[in-house]
Design a protein around this ligand. Structure first.
Ligand code: AMP
Ligand code: GLY
Length: 410
């Protein structure tokens, strides 16, 4: 099977790493790809937003499947350009991707499908959460516990120029539950937890994610399936009823409140960095499952997880999330790999023969182990070997969960 992977982040590198192991794969192509992906397949200098360029590339390579990583091209309608041309796509249509692209559309779907979520508030008064309506790369959400925070949030969303929604502030541990969907059915992946805030102790601004771990203590396959029954399957049914079946990866960001799970958001693609922790734990052939989903034929397939745990630590530029870094030399990636970690490239470039920074999140370092504590130790030990100017990371990824001895989840 010839596969074209669209995107260039850590998520796409993790997907490429897994797809490259598939017995079904004959050729792996990526657009635009990254220096990490270039070691696994052929990269083509076409941007993820260039749907006409991707259509032409898919034709010229005669690909059997296009796997789309990032949300922006999906929300803009990339799948609607490729599918009518006879190209199989793992990724939702523009109409279905609106579940991520528009918070108000997502709320509407949840209300119609009876999916538990935070209630909308008629007036903005703390405590509350203010969210920009459109895509904001995880940075459009403002938690407001005081009047001052609320004022700042309203100014920030006004500056974005988009509509915004105000909802109740929920409390509880968060969970990312990703499921492969074929329009009707959903196959859950191992539950993961993401670390969205920039600094240790969940302080600072929201980011795309500073780290992740999987699995989540006390959430085994049976619990994941129950959540998919309550959340993903009703969403799929409602989208299908509206004439826009969701084919691709439906990601539910959940908060496990004392009153039960609540959906914070849906995303229309694999999570990043969650994918960098989840995918290395998957047993079996991910490519076969993605291809079956794209064909609308998931029926009965499953993706089981191997025993053990994975922890991903993101190495970011000094100024992230406000700004990235370009051109600083990166050292130690091979050493980290030799130490047994997986190093996924999130924002890197090659200058001459040197690997350099090229973005906000630069690398994701994933450690695997029998327990979360093991995996965490491996990830940090490997991350210690990598250096670039201003490198910054959180020190507390998966720390609280390693104290939890109930990891035994199957
Ligand atoms: P979103 O982009 O909607 O997932 O929001 C990003 C982050 O903001 C979430 O991962 C939560 O940490 C936080 N968040 C979003 N909505 C709420 C809410 N209603 N109550 C508490 N925290 C929230
Ligand atoms: N890590 C959060 C996301 O992918 O949206």
């Amino acid at each position: 099977m010839r596969v074209l992977l669209v995107g260039s982040g850590g998520r796409e590198h993790a997907l490429a790493w897994k797809l490259a192991q598939s017995p079904l794969l004959t050729e792996l192509h990526a657009a635009p790809g990254s220096p990490g992906i270039a070691r696994l397949g052929e990269c083509h200098p076409i941007r993820a937003e260039d749907s006409e360029g991707l259509l032409a590339l898919s034709h010229s390579l005669d690909v059997d499947l296009v796997v789309v990583g990032p949300e922006a091209p999906l929300v803009a309608g990339l799948a609607d350009v490729l599918r009518p041309a006879g190209i199989a796509v793992f990724g939702p249509s523009r109409a279905a991707a609106a579940i991520e692209g528009s918070k108000s559309f997502a709320k509407d779907v949840m209300a119609a499908a009876g999916i538990p979520t935070a209630s909308a508030l008629p007036v903005a008064r703390p405590p509350c959460v203010v969210k920009a309506d459109g895509l904001a790369a995880g940075k459009g959400v403002h938690i407001c516990r005081s009047e001052a925070e609320l004022e700042a949030a309203l100014r920030a969303v006004a500056a974005l120029g988009d509509a915004f929604v105000v909802e109740e502030l929920l409390e509880g541990p968060e969970l990312s539950l990703l499921a492969v969907c074929d329009g009707r059915d959903a196959v859950p992946l191992v539950p993961a937890q993401d670390f969205k805030r920039a600094y240790d102790g969940d302080l600072g601004p929201n980011t795309g994610g500073m780290g992740a771990f999987a699995p989540v203590p006390r959430l085994g396959a049976a619990e994941a399936d129950e959540l998919v029954d309550a959340v993903h399957r009703p969403a799929l049914a409602e989208l299908a009823r509206r004439g826009s079946p969701f084919v691709g990866l439906l990601y539910a960001g959940l908060m496990m409140t004392p009153d039960g799970p609540r959906v914070l958001e849906f995303n229309c693609r694999f999570g990043d960095p969650e994918t960098q922790a989840v995918v290395p734990l998957l047993e079996g052939d991910l490519l076969g499952v993605l291809a079956a989903a794209a064909a609308g034929e998931l029926g009965g397939l499953a993706l089981s997880a191997r025993p053990g745990a994975a922890v991903t630590v993101v190495l970011a530029a000094a100024g992230y999330p406000a700004e990235g870094d370009r051109g600083s030399p990166i050292t130690g990636v091979e050493d980290a790999e030799a130490a047994g970690a997986l190093v996924f490239h999130a924002g890197t470039a090659v200058q001459g023969d040197r690997l350099v920074t090229n973005g906000g999140r630069v690398l994701g370092v994933t450690g695997l182990g029998d327990t979360l504590a093991d995996a965490r130790a491996k990830a940090y030990a490997a991350a210690d070997l990598i250096a670039f100017d201003g490198v910054r990371r959180r020190e507390d990824i998966a720390l609280a969960a390693t104290g939890d001895t109930a990891l035994d989840v199957s």
